[in-house]
Design a protein around this ligand. Structure first.
Ligand code: HEC
Ligand code: HEC
Length: 190
């Protein structure tokens, strides 16, 4: 099979080959972006069901947010128990205190990354129907400037921050987009 693919590549005209050659670099940029988006500090708020997740060193294994916290009609929780009941605009500075950032709420269900593969997250980011209408440039700017995203790198005592920084992830998104925004193939078996 590989052999046949190699033969087919040899038969391709030069410009197509040049494009193929760009793709490993693009995929390397995507890998950096994926490591951020799939990190618990981001993915635990980007869930498909009704529940944010908790995970990391001081939480133990990943689990559903306790206290019967729910998405509610708009991501801000149920009327009786909104996120803002506990989550303020800044982090509580004690271990196990509620983290905080302005406008704390769960991402819409279509922006799901929790337990999704690299290929699935990549497809989500590239589909404006699932990014709230944002194109890739707007997604990159959101990552650079949004307060909830920024929290991922300043998550409060005891929580491991997402890798890199907002600025580095913004730059990786810009380079990935310039390289044609390639997505990895779905892993076999999925
Ligand atoms: C407290 C919950 C929360 C956390 C933590 C969070 N997000 Fe989000 N995210 C949201 C919400 C809510 C939206 C929808 C836009 C809005 O209402 O601000 C969103 C939307 C997005 C979008 C645009 C839509 C899309 O899916 O393409 C991106 C990109 C994004 N977040 C990146 C991140 C990254 C990167 C991190 C971690 C560094 C992160 N988010 C952490 C709640 C969160
Ligand atoms: C009854 C209080 C309470 C409510 C309501 C609440 N939370 Fe929390 N949340 C907490 C506390 C406390 C922590 C920190 C626990 C710890 O660090 O041990 C936390 C942590 C989190 C974390 C960090 C998880 C991680 O792995 O870093 C996220 C994300 C989160 N909550 C999202 C939400 C969202 C979204 C809502 C509303 C839909 C919400 N919470 C409602 C108390 C609450």
């Amino acid at each position: 099979m590989r052999f046949v693919v190699a033969l087919a590549l040899l038969a391709l005209p030069a410009p197509v080959l040049a494009q193929e050659a760009a793709s490993p670099q693009g995929l390397a940029e995507w890998q950096k972006i994926y490591e951020v988006f799939s990190h618990p500090r981001c993915a635990n708020c980007h869930t498909e069901d009704d529940h944010p997740r908790w995970s990391g060193a001081h939480y133990g294994p990943t689990r559903i947010h306790p206290f019967n916290v729910r998405r509610g009609p708009d991501g801000f929780g149920n009327t009786g128990l909104t996120c803002q009941t506990c989550h303020q605009e800044t982090n509580a500075q004690i271990l196990h205190g509620p983290p905080g950032a302005p406008n704390w709420h769960l991402a819409p269900a279509e922006m799901v990354w929790f337990e999704k593969s690299s290929a699935q997250i990549c497809a989500q980011i590239k589909d404006p129907a699932r990014t709230g209408g944002m194109d890739l440039e707007e997604v990159a700017v959101h990552v650079r400037d949004d307060a909830l995203v920024a929290w991922g790198w300043d998550p409060g005592p005891g929580r491991e921050p997402a890798p890199g920084s907002a600025e580095e992830t913004f730059a990786a998104l810009e380079r990935w987009t310039a390289l044609g925004a390639p997505c990895p193939a779905e892993e076999s078996g999925e």
